[in-house]
Write a protein that binds this ligand. Sequence first.
Ligand SMILES: *Cc1c(COP(=O)(O)O)cnc(C)c1O
Length: 387
Amino acid sequence: MNITKTNDEYVADTYARFPVEIVSGKGSIAVGSDGKEYIDLTSGIGVNSLGYCDGGWTAAVAAQAATLQHVSNLYHTEPSAKLAKALCEKSQMKKVFFCNSGAEANEGAIKSARKYAAEKKGADFYTVITLENSFHGRTLATLAATGQEVFHKDFTPLTPGFVSVKPNFEELENAVKNNKTAAVMLECIQGEGGVLPLGEDFLKKTEKLCKEEDVLLIVDEVQTGNGRTGAYFSYMNYGISPDVVTTAKGLGGGLPIGAVLFGEKTENVLKKGDHGSTFGANPVCAAAALYVVNTLDKKFLSEVKKKSDFVFSALKNADGIKSVSGEGLMIGIETERPAAEVINECIGRGVLCLKAKNKVRLLPPLNIPDDLLKKAVDVIKEVCKGE
Ligand SMILES: *Cc1c(COP(=O)(O)O)cnc(C)c1O
């Protein structure tokens, strides 16, 4: 069958795809329908935390699929219980709500913030302050939270009650004080916005402001979470404690699962009947995520940091590279050549990379072998140099 032609004919035209058909993968290598092998520095946009078809992950998924695939949230299941406990232990949060995606996790966080503020301060305290250049999802509420006009166009009216400000502390403080604010929602490192870290000073001041104003701090860890930055969640790099944390992407290692984590202030906000998700904590997805969470121990995360140090030192000050940003294995490269050109040439040379705004973005599997990482980084350097 002609995969590309059939996709183009029958699948809605929402994605600008590269002319590559991927049929299988193992570890950090993706295999095309023409047999060509690619070193994959995208991990399915930060999803395949352990690469393709990791042995332990595959076994955990297969065993669960052969035991109990789904029961709904009308009954208790073991994978959900174990996963919730493991996530709370990693994050020092208190309770978890499970869903299927990043946008859905953010919807849950926004609902819980509105309920918290309505009960504490009144139903008119519903505004969520977000940052320009952020990305929080594609549903009507998470689009409203996303501080980038380009995503809003054609879909108005969006859900009301969102205000976006520049990632500047004075502006944020004014917005929090001049609106009837329920929450501040942010990514510690803006991913889709161009791999832009907000910085420790801004994050610490924001945390303090939120505590003083009794406004919830929601940290969107959909992309930065689950080991991506070398800490389990990126907020841990800055010593801050959010009230609500959302995650998805890398959590399931390739199966769809999202989570909203609640802290001390918020653990009992959502009550029976307030929220739900049919597939939430689906046992197969939960077993996959449990395998990922248990794999990301201290030793594993210190390896992520070592791999990160290697990439940063190899790319910083290299010919044709203007700057390198990010943390851990979430890396943005500002190139002299247009990013799209670099990415296309890398595909030709067997390396898959992502784009974020005007940058080349790397989100490799967290366990990418050092030799493959070096090989791929050498290709990127050659392409950036124009060799
Ligand atoms: C990808 C992403 C989302 C949306 O996640 P989906 O699973 O596509 O709904 C939300 N927030 C951030 C920071 C993301 O990177």
